[in-house]
Design a binder for this molecule. Structure first.
Ligand code: OAD
Length: 248
């Protein structure tokens, strides 16, 4: 990462009044949560078959396997703490109107203090496969009794994890909120995503099309958003901590 890039990013962030921080698994990697595709940070999809774990077909065939895998993720999230990147993003609210649009199902942005967080790929609650019931809050993984698979208390149908699986539409409300924020912001900061999963991956293009700047933060230079104005290569926690927003 060049000093120039860091200076440009700092200037763009200081000038912005409405910022969308668009995040992926990489923002939580320094909290010990595995990414899906980055070999340096777990690459879950090189060890597990997404077809079996995050599709409705997989759930129909083996709901126990799906629940056990999601509970494993849940356990990791429960013991994880927000890292420097989550905290810096939360602090950014002191300087601008910030909407976090995340592909992550963890709640580390919220626990760091971010107040406007849009989950494009859902979260770790349970929801009904038939009716509109959703668990009011995530049940602690320890509390799930997987000898009895989760059921909907409203209609007795099987419950499933409230994450968005391959082949499914994104949650409508989240899409509306994300599009509104991306259609209005004067800066988009993309942190820790390989931008390979659509339609989330193309959402920041709305910012580019309006001629607004995009900053990309990623450990892998080849994963920077292809239309970004400034690329900051390095770990999100370290890179963002290097951007000082205090005015002296
Ligand atoms: P990926 O695993 O595809 O990408 C993680 C990105 O984070 C990679 O580009 C890494 O280089 C980068 N990275 C790793 N550590 C980092 C760090 N400390 N700082 C900055 N960058 C870092 O994860 P996503 O792009 O989030 O969907 O994947 C998108 C979706 O694919 C997920 O939401 C999930 C998955 O299938 C569903 O489950 C529906």
């Amino acid at each position: 990462m060049t000093t120039n890039a860091l200076e440009s990013a700092t200037r763009l962030i200081k000038e912005a009044t409405d910022i969308v921080v668009f995040t992926g698994a990489g923002v939580s990697a320094e909290s010990g949560i595995s990414t899906f595709r980055d070999p340096a940070t777990g690459a879950l999809w090189s060890k597990f078959d997404p077809e079996k774990l995050v599709t409705m077909n997989g759930f129909d065939e083996n709901p126990r396997l799906v629940w056990e895998w999601h509970d494993m993720l849940h356990e990791k999230v429960t013991v994880a703490e927000p890292n420097q990147a989550h905290k810096w993003i939360a602090e950014l609210e002191k300087h601008a109107d910030v909407t976090v649009v995340t592909q992550n199902v963890d709640d580390l942005h919220e626990r760091a203090g971010s107040t406007k967080v849009v989950h494009l790929h859902g979260d770790l609650r349970a929801r009904c496969t038939i009716c509109s019931w959703r668990e009011p809050k995530v049940t602690a993984w320890q509390a799930r009794d997987l000898s009895l698979l989760p059921w909907c208390p409203e209609c007795n149908a099987p419950a499933r994890p409230n994450s968005t699986w391959f082949g499914e539409l994104l949650p409508e409300r989240a899409v509306i909120q994300a599009k509104e924020a991306l259609g209005w912001c004067d800066l988009c900061l993309i942190v820790g995503t390989s931008a390979q999963v659509y339609p989330a991956a193309e959402m920041p293009m709305a910012v580019v099309k309006r001629g607004m700047p995009v900053i990309s933060v990623n450990t892998r230079a080849e994963d920077h958003f292809f239309k970004s104005s400034v690329n900051l290569t390095g770990k999100a926690g370290e890179v963002l901590a290097g951007i000082t927003l205090e005015t002296s």
